[in-house]
Design a protein around this ligand. Structure first.
Ligand code: SME
Length: 161
């Protein structure tokens, strides 16, 4: 049985990232199952920050993403690389931050409450294999600080992917 998540009271978002990073490493480190690890990471990020939507999309066929473990409202199941913020991230193979989703051409509105978004890819052997997508109901909610820690988290997942 895993221990409960320990979160700093009244900390900044960065304080919380610093607190959860080693806990994510501990929870996922000995688990050789990527789906289980994605499920726990989604749960930890949701509990820590109460993001509107947090979850994963996996590359399941050429140029095609399929919904993975997530926390939040019902989401689109299949996203082609040619569509949306997720598709753009999969194609570019680098993190994309969208401060205002209404100004991103082709944004896929799975939820009308989403206002800003960050998507982080996991690139293995030159191909996007997996994405972490985080949506906020606030405009301009993500910075390079979020990018730094979310990329660290994806790096932990890479060991067992
Ligand atoms: N907004 C994303 C689609 C996924 S959902 O937000 C969960 C996009 O434009 O790719």
């Amino acid at each position: 049985m895993a221990d409960a998540l320990h979160l700093p009271q009244g900390g900044t978002r960065e304080d919380i990232y610093k607190a959860i990073l080693p806990q994510i490493a501990a929870v996922t480190g000995s688990v050789d199952d990527a789906i289980a690890n994605m499920a726990n990471i989604a749960a930890i990020l949701k509990q820590a920050f109460n993001f509107h939507w947090v979850g994963f999309y996996r590359t399941t066929a050429p140029q095609t993403l399929t919904l993975g473990p997530f926390q939040g409202p019902l989401a689109c199941v299949i996203i082609p690389f040619a569509r949306g913020v997720c598709g753009a991230t999969a194609t570019r193979k680098e993190t994309v931050i969208v401060p205002d989703v209404e100004k991103f051409p082709g944004h896929i509105a799975c939820s009308s409450l989403s206002r800003s978004e960050i998507v982080v890819p996991l690139v293995i052997n030159g191909e996007t294999q997996l994405l972490l997508d985080v949506d906020s109901d606030q405009v301009d909610d993500f910075s390079t600080m979020d990018q730094y820690y979310l990329e660290q988290i994806m790096g932990l997942l890479k060991r067992h992917y």
